[in-house]
Design a protein around this ligand. Structure first.
Ligand code: ASC
Length: 155
């Protein structure tokens, strides 16, 4: 089983086009990794979203820096949903992530693309551009959560 997990994670890691991919010794490591990535990404996105919503004073450089970070983090979590990583520690991944893998990948790709647009928008320094792009990202977060995130932690 452990060997199978290693083989499947390696296959997933090797198939990715990312120049750097994390390695996971056990399912718990993959779950911790993806939860951590989402947490850090949401923190940087949240800083930009706060400016877009007027909760945080607009600072063009801070917006651009945080958008760039969120965008570079965006693809990473999707490398950590390999086979067998549904269980191992409490998480909110639904079985559909694995049974409807193409749909899940589509949702992930939409979020990554929306984050790239936000990165580009933030580099323009225009708050109006940022507002539109933040809305786009938020929609992709929600769209994936609606379909693939459970209400409650399991396991
Ligand atoms: C965030 C965040 C999410 C999304 C979501 C959008 O800032 O942490 O999960 O936006 O709330 O609907």
């Amino acid at each position: 089983m452990k060997k199978l997990f290693l083989v499947t994670t390696c296959a997933a890691a090797c198939l990715t086009t990312l120049p750097a991919a994390a390695q996971f010794q056990k399912p718990e490591d993959a779950i911790k990794y993806r939860q951590s990535v989402f947490t850090v990404m949401a923190s940087h996105f949240g800083r930009v979203a706060g400016m877009a919503q007027g909760r945080i004073p607009f600072d063009a450089k801070a917006a651009a820096d945080n958008a760039a970070l969120a965008s570079s983090l965006a693809p990473l979590a999707f490398t950590a949903f390999g086979a067998g990583t549904d269980k191992g520690m409490p998480n909110r991944a639904t079985p559909d992530i694995w049974s409807k893998a193409a749909a899940f990948k589509g949702k992930g790709d939409e979020m990554v693309a929306a984050m790239a647009k936000l990165d580009a928008a933030a580099k323009t320094g225009s708050l109006d551009n940022i507002k539109a792009a933040v809305g786009g990202v938020g929609g992709t977060c929600k769209g994936c959560h609606d379909d693939f995130r459970a209400e409650k932690y399991s396991n």
